[in-house]
Each structure stands twice: as C-alpha cells, then as structure tokens.
Design a protein around this ligand. Sequence first.
Ligand SMILES: [Zn+2]
Length: 168
Amino acid sequence: MKTPICDICIKSGMLCPACQKHLESGRISPRDVELSQHLYALVKEGTLPDTISLLQTFEIDDTVVVVVPPDDVGTLIGRGGKIVKQLQKVMHRKLRVVAQTTDARRIVHDLLYPAKVVAVNKLYLPDGTIRKKMRIRTEGKKKLPMNLKTVTGIIERMTAETVEIVTE
Ligand SMILES: [Zn+2]
C-alpha cells in the first residue's frame, strides 16, 4: 500500500516529524492523511487489496478528488460504488476517484461515466491560449453525476489545459 504519508504514520494513526513537516508545508493535506488512514483500515479488514495506492487528494467546490493509479480506480470505487460510498460516509464528504493522467478524456470518463466523449475540438483563442472543447453524450437523458463546472476545474488542475464541456 502506498499513500502520501509514510507506513509508520498510516499504521500508528499519528504523524511522524517528517510527515508533520509535509503537512505544515502543504505538500500533503489533512485530507491525504485522513483518507490514507481510512484506506489502511479497509486493507486491514481485507476489503481492499494491499496493492492499492493513493497518489494525492485535492478539494474543489464541495468535492474531494482522489487521485489513484489508473488500475486502482475500479478497486477503490468498488462494486456499485460500495467502497467509495463507505468512505464518503466516514469522511462526511463527497469523494470522486480519478486516474492519475493528463488525458482530459480519461478524466471525463472517470467523472461522468456513463456519459461519453463524442468529440474534442481545439479552439485557438486570440490571446494565444488553446481551449479544448469536449462534447459529451449522456445515455438515455440520465442526469450527469457531477456538475460540469467542477469537472472542468478538475481537468484544469490535473492537465493544465483549459477545457469547456458541452452536452448534446
Ligand atoms: Zn510519517
């Protein structure tokens, strides 16, 4: 198991001087610490495999974004969202699990599934910046699981790209 805090801190539930320093400098966040310890509890009881990794968390609007290696996304969400729902309950926060990637499409897939990205266009703005316009299609007029402003904020934070998402 790998998380932003060290093994000793995961297991002890307290912070060692090194991790404490990272927390104070902002290299890790209180949410990283909290989630790492909850994940350890789930590994210990056998709900999660001990190969699970937490890379980082960040907060945007009312959501804690949980960044993990691509292979761990499904594991952490759990069947029917079982594990992520359990974590949301103990943390009293909305959590969204995404793969560590700079591919905006993949992030949209993780956050807005079952909506699909059907087209991506690059817009070259007069000031020299590039904005990606992503068109998505929702299945059977289902409500999107997350508001689009939050999704674009997450993409901008993870990929350093400016994006716009439109539904069709
Ligand atoms: Zn530590």
